[in-house]
Design a protein around this ligand. Structure first.
Ligand code: AMP
Length: 187
């Protein structure tokens, strides 16, 4: 089963992806985590993306798509994908469709974790203290939210017309959200 977790920064996609990873024996594919790792390793990709990441801007589609293509074509991960933070642009969504069809896969469910801006700001501020993420200052948070509204909204509009699109109240407790998702997945 392949799943997309969709929602603004701080909506809890990563937490839910980790819960579902255990439950389904799938793989969490967090583009944010993969990109942060590149920065930590000080790789060529890391050097290219550090400014965008710290400013809350998107990393170029070309870089992100290349990373995701490798994951989709990995036979070990086939039909075991939980996308967390991808796709975020229409170009990424189109590439995802293409590569899934090339590998004879599909997206089974898209979960939209919907949370309002005030709750998000509070949540991200808390996470900044717990996880010490360098891209989590208030200025960056607001920038990331605005980027999300501008760029990711069309992707949301695209998915929201599909029958496997499910909206979940992302302001609920973590466990409640996981239960709601598992009920829909029947696991
Ligand atoms: P996240 O951990 O998903 O909140 O992502 C943190 C940061 O990584 C974002 O603010 C972007 O700079 C970058 N990023 C993560 N996923 C993507 C993506 N699909 N496309 C472009 N940039 C991304």
């Amino acid at each position: 089963m392949n799943i997309i977790l969709f929602g603004p920064p701080g909506a809890g996609k990563g937490t839910q992806a980790k819960n579902l990873e255990k439950k389904l024996n799938n793989f969490q594919i967090s583009t944010g985590d993969i990109l942060r790792d590149e920065i930590k390793k000080d790789s060529e990709i890391g050097k290219k993306i550090i400014n965008n990441m710290n400013e809350g801007k998107f990393v170029d589609d070309e870089i992100v798509n290349k990373i995701i293509k490798k994951v989709i074509f990995d036979p070990q991960k086939k039909n075991k994908l939980i996308f967390d933070g991808y796709p975020r642009t229409t170009d990424q969504a189109k590439n995802l469709d293409l590569w899934l069809s090339e590998t004879k896969q599909k997206i089974d469910f898209i979960f939209f974790l919907n949370v309002n801006k005030d709750s998000l700001v509070k949540r991200i501020e808390k996470r900044k203290i717990l996880e010490k993420r360098s891209d989590d200052d208030l200025h960056t948070i607001l920038k990331r939210y605005d980027t999300y509204m501008e760029t990711t909204k069309p992707v949301l509009d695209y998915y929201s017309t599909k029958s496997n699109f499910k909206e979940i109240d992302g302001s609920l407790e973590i466990g409640e959200i996981t239960s709601k998702i598992c009920n829909i997945l029947k696991v």
